[in-house]
Design a protein around this ligand. Sequence first.
Ligand code: PGA
Length: 257
Amino acid sequence: MRTNDTESKMTEKIIYGNWKMNGSRAAVRDLAFLAAQKTDARTECGIAVPFPYLAAAAEIFSGSPIAAGAQDVSRFAGSGAYTGEVCAAMLQDCGAQFVLVGHSERRAYFGEDNAILAAKIENALQCCLKPVLCVGETAEERRSGKAAETVRRQLGVLRAEHAGKILIAYEPVWAIGTGEVADAAQICAMHTQIHEYVLTVCGQNGRIPLLYGGSVNAANAENILEIPFVDGTLVGGASLDVRSFLEIVRAAERLQN
Ligand code: PGA
């Protein structure tokens, strides 16, 4: 169980979007609508855009409570001869406040493992970026009863000093972009497991907010946000439309009223 102190700090909901490899300069301009509508700072809110749009998104969000974020960061610290890479200092320089680390698409297509992800988390933290560590099992791993073990292995990058500095997003791979949301019992069970693991690594007062991701939309967000140990959501497809993203943010705000 959480202490009262932790509980009170955890009532704030967090809604992050992930555009993946989508968007355009016109789509970034549409974010001005979100910036104008979102004035309630109690729900932490941000969108991870592709690198080329980061500075423009950060500019649009400046003066609003919305954060611009990146979807990846180099495992190499500082600058240097790493063609194609983008380091944490550049993300910070362009106005990013958070960065996704270890999204399942990066794990699957770019072979990102715990050693790489540990370096990315460290580099992000060095530049005051909040890493959002993404974990989650494949359909096959769930079918074969290995969901808990997979997520536990992915959480191996967690260190006591990460408490209060990072977020974790549980995103079952089979729920991403499929329209098939994990059910409340599955989400609750995995979030409880992650919460307990965080306590063993970070100590009883260790606080790391836990987001759920995977086919979250305006229609299901409120129910998902009410599940125990769900502090927020990471939204892919539904974040591409500013109005549907705003509806998810509004659902979070309703729960806090
Ligand atoms: P989705 O993606 O909301 O489109 O399922 C979530 C994610 O991959 O972060």
